[in-house]
Design a protein around this ligand. Structure first.
Ligand code: SF4
Length: 195
C-alpha cells in the first residue's frame, strides 16, 4: 500500500488555510459519476463558497497538486496511467473517496476481467465485431492495460465509499457535506445501494 490512511479531516488543516481544497479524478469510468456531480445544480454554488476545485476533468489543472484535502475518484484502475495517478492522489490527499460503483467494485470497467489482456485485444481489435479502431497493439501512446481491472481500494487505501452507477446527486451531497463538516461518510441504507 502506498500510504497510511489519511490522518486529518479537512477541518484539521492549518488554521491559516482558507477554502477546502477539493479534487476530482477520472480513472477507468464513463464520466457518468462526474455528470451526476454536475447535477448538484444550484448546490454547486453553495459548494463553491466552501471549496477550491484544484484538480478535475472539469478544471484545467494538468498535474495533480500537493496538499489536497478531499479527492473524489471516479472509475476503476484499468491501466498503468490510472495506477500512477491513484498513487499520486493518495500521496497528496488527506481524504480519498471511492466515488461510484466502478471505483468501489470495478463494476462495468471490470467486465473485461474474464479475458486475458492479449485475448481482449484480439477479440476487440483484431477479430471484434466492429474492427474499429483498427490496430490496438501497444504503440507507446496508449497506456498499457493492467492484467485485471481493480477497484480503487485494492491499489491505495481509501477513506470513504460512495456507491451508485452513478451515485445520485443527493447521495453525493450527503457525502460531501459530511466531509466538509469533518465527519465520516455514513450514508443511510437507501443510499448504499449499488447500481
Ligand atoms: S459507476 Fe457507472 S456512471 Fe460511474 S463511471 Fe462507472 S459506469 Fe460510469
Amino acid at each position: 500500500m502506498e500510504r497510511q490512511q489519511a490522518e486529518k479531516t479537512p477541518q484539521e488543516r492549518p488554521a491559516q488555510r482558507g477554502k477546502v481544497r477539493l479534487a476530482t479524478a477520472w480513472l477507468g469510468g464513463c464520466s457518468g459519476c462526474h455528470m451526476s456531480f454536475l447535477d448538484l445544480d444550484e448546490k454547486l454554488i453553495e459548494l463553491a463558497e466552501q471549496v477550491e476545485l484544484v484538480y478535475s476533468p472539469i478544471a484545467d489543472a494538468k498535474e495533480f497538486p500537493a496538499d489536497v484535502d478531499v479527492t473524489l475518484v471516479e472509475g476503476a484502475v484499468a491501466n498503468v496511467d490510472h495506477l500512477l495517478l491513484a498513487r499520486e492522489i493518495r500521496a497528496n490527499s488527506r481524504i480519498v473517496v471511492s466515488f461510484g460503483d466502478c471505483a468501489v467494485t470495478g463494476n462495468v470497467t471490470s467486465l473485461r476481467n474474464r479475458l486475458a489482456v492479449d485475448d481482449l485485444l484480439t477479440q476487440v481489435y483484431r477479430e471484434g465485431p466492429g474492427r474499429a479502431p483498427t490496430g490496438g497493439e501497444p504503440d507507446g501512446v496508449m497506456p498499457a492495460l493492467l492484467p485485471k481491472v481493480l477497484p480503487l481500494h485494492q491499489v491505495i487505501p481509501v477513506d470513504a465509499y460512495v456507491p451508485g452507477c452513478p451515485p445520485d446527486p443527493d447521495r453525493i451531497w450527503a457525502a460531501v457535506t459530511a466531509l466538509l463538516a469533518g465527519q465520516p461518510v455514513e450514508l443511510p441504507p437507501e443510499m448504499r445501494r449499488f447500481g
